[in-house]
Design a protein around this ligand. Structure first.
Ligand code: PHE
Length: 477
């Protein structure tokens, strides 16, 4: 599973964080074989009206590309849309950008944000490439530089579909939705006031709330959360305070509604006061940076990532006199909490039994989702020996292999679509003599909409087994 920039949204949807170093290295042999089934080699790809050349980097499957048009965040009465609108309502005056196209350059997605050339987030095991220089955006931050450059408003919001190769389970789906916000102050429009003073005044005008906030760390820490050399500490103190208050207000809005809807349908919910905490974080495009966690149903949930925008990014975007904050939040995780939706696949359901439960004009707006059925699970195991890398491409023989879990996850999705609820590693060991690695995964076949027949699950499982041999060169046990 991907480890970490996706840190923020990872736990939002329990998705592994995005940017800590991981074992995510490009496994060429594996990828090339996977490509041969996902998109035919060297045929151009058409995404809506745009055409793209393909090359040896291409790994975006047709199934994913064809979902680009769904745009759940714009679908009327969809829970993702309702969640977006609730958050937008907290930022009056911010310009909204809700139709930005998902195919972006690697420059937009990574370089403009200061990602190092060898950053694991760029790996083909984590990211869907259309070609070497073009990806399906992995986060809404991909648009920050462009929107700053357009310089149309002090505050903006971007909501969009984003794409990441990842695990298969109830809180991970290769397409999900994020919302990005930024607010900057232009030093040219302060009329002689200091930036810090203006920001503190603006903060005073924000709605007050009474949630319990744990915030133990200093705003700036020289090693862990440094002040940017272009910034003054007093300005950053003010910007950070404004950012934190704005986000605490978002949390109040969301979690108060969630608590209300769970109270209206369950009697045994004890009403604990809302508690949040600020945790130091790292993103290549903000400093200092934080994550916000909410204490919800007895655990700390990571809800969003944020920070003070890197001045270099603003300078490069042609707005060097601006400075301010940005945050990013994953909408599925919030919607799952708000509406009590147990499985992320449900958001993609076209079943009226799901869709008819939500309405933008309902009173109250948020109610608990009532599961319309629970179809039986069907567990099947698959065990195999990995190829050693020597077989894959002349590397040193031994325990290394070119297997990456995300490739296996994608293969399962490719064969079974949304009929798999989760895929879990249940066993892994190395042969004491040969050093060969063996893996065992348990696949849970379950449809959200109907009961699968034995014949159907057996057939799918067999196709997964065959594809695994053909595309990943493993030896079944
Ligand atoms: N883009 C980051 C992510 O997906 C979140 C983020 C947005 C962090 C804006 C800071 C500022 O993990």
């Amino acid at each position: 599973m991907r480890s970490s920039i996706w840190r923020l949204t990872r736990r939002l949807q329990d998705r592994s964080a995005f940017y800590a170093p991981s074992q995510a290295w490009v496994c060429r042999g594996c990828q090339q074989r996977l490509n041969s089934t996902t998109t035919s080699t060297n045929e151009p790809i058409t995404v809506q009206e745009h055409q793209y050349e393909t090359d040896e980097w291409t790994n975006a499957p047709a199934q994913i590309l064809s979902s680009v048009s769904r745009r759940l965040h714009l679908q009327k009465d969809h829970p993702i849309t309702i969640t977006r609108k609730i958050i937008e309502s907290r930022f009056p005056g911010f310009k909204t950008h809700n139709s930005l196209f998902p195919v972006v350059t690697t420059y937009q997605n990574f370089d403009s944000l200061g990602f190092q050339p060898d950053h694991p987030g760029r790996s083909r095991t984590d990211t869907y490439y259309v070609n070497k220089n073009t990806v399906l955006r992995t986060h809404t931050s991909a648009h920050q530089a462009d929107v700053f450059r357009a310089n149309e408003s002090d505050g903006y919001l971007i909501s969009a579909d984003v794409y990441r190769r990842d695990a298969v389970d109830r809180s991970h789906y290769p397409i999900f939705h994020q919302m990005e916000a930024a607010l900057t102050w232009d030093s040219n429009s302060l009329n002689g006031e200091s930036l810090a003073k203006r920001v503190w005044e603006d903060l005073e005008a924000l709605p007050k709330n009474s949630i319990e906030v744990l915030d133990e760390n200093p705003t700036i820490h020289p090693e862990r959360n440094p002040l940017q050399q272009e910034h003054k500490q007093e300005d950053v103190e003010a910007i950070a305070a404004h950012l934190k208050k704005s986000l605490e207000n978002v949390v109040v809005e969301i979690f108060a509604r969630a608590a209300e809807s769970s109270k209206s349908t369950t009697n045994n919910v004890t009403e604990a006061p809302l508690k949040v905490r600020w945790v130091e974080a790292y993103f290549p495009f903000t400093s200092p940076s934080w994550e916000l966690e909410v204490f919800w149903q007895d655990e700390w949930l990571e809800v969003l990532g944020c920070g003070v925008v890197k001045q270099q990014l603003l300078n490069n975007a042609g707005v060097p006199t601006r400075s301010g904050w940005a945050f990013g939040i994953g909408l599925e995780r919030i919607a799952m909490i708000l509406f009590n939706i147990p499985d992320i696949r449900l958001f993609w359901s076209q079943d009226p039994r799901f869709l008819s439960q939500f309405s933008e004009s309902a009173q109250p707006l948020v109610s608990r989702f009532v599961p319309f059925s629970k179809h039986p699970a069907c567990y099947k195991d698959i065990s195999f020996w990995l190829r050693s890398s020597s077989a894959a491409g002349g590397m040193v023989k031994g325990t290394t292999s070119d297997f990456h879990e995300n490739d296996f996850m994608e293969l399962v999705r490719d064969v079974c679509g949304d009929l798999v609820e989760d895929v879990r590693l249940t066993d892994e060991f190395a042969h004491p003599k040969s050093g060969r690695r063996s893996m065992c995964y348990r696949i849970n076949y379950r449809s959200l909409e109907r009961t699968l027949t034995n014949e159907e699950t057996n057939g799918m499982h067999e196709r997964v087994r065959q594809a695994l041999v053909e595309k990943m060169g493993v030896e079944l046990r």
